[in-house]
Design a protein. Structure first.
Length: 116
């Protein structure tokens, strides 16, 4: 029981089904929000005539499917980190990387346009 998540062991029957339903409903919701906010939602990727003939629902479902594939691929690929490993990753990798990117973007925004 130490290897799998707690609710996979503790619940059975309808409780287990509701946990899985909530987990996958959340993944579908996040995929839909990601495709609308960052990928253009129901719009085609290029504004050319053959792509404009495809209905918007098809584009939305295709983008949601791509995001769900990426979510499931990442979840299956990466291990489940312990809390101390996650905190170490955050403090020693993500925060310094974020600070470096803030400096890079601030420098980029302050340079004159003719330099780049």
């Amino acid at each position: 029981s130490e290897i799998v998540a707690g609710f996979h062991v503790e619940y059975s029957g309808m409780g287990f089904a509701l946990f899985f339903l909530a987990e996958y409903a959340n993944m579908i919701l996040i995929a839909a929000l990601t495709s609308v906010m960052f990928l253009g939602g129901w719009l085609p990727p290029l504004d050319i005539q053959p792509l404009n003939q495809i209905p918007g629902l098809v584009w939305m479902l295709a983008k949601m499917s791509a995001m769900l594939f990426i979510f499931l691929w990442f979840r299956a690929t990466f291990p489940r980190y312990r809390y101390d490993q996650l905190m170490r990753l955050g403090w020693k990798v993500f925060i310094p990387l974020t600070l470096i990117w803030v400096v890079v973007i601030a420098t980029w925004m302050q340079t004159p346009y003719w330099l780049w």
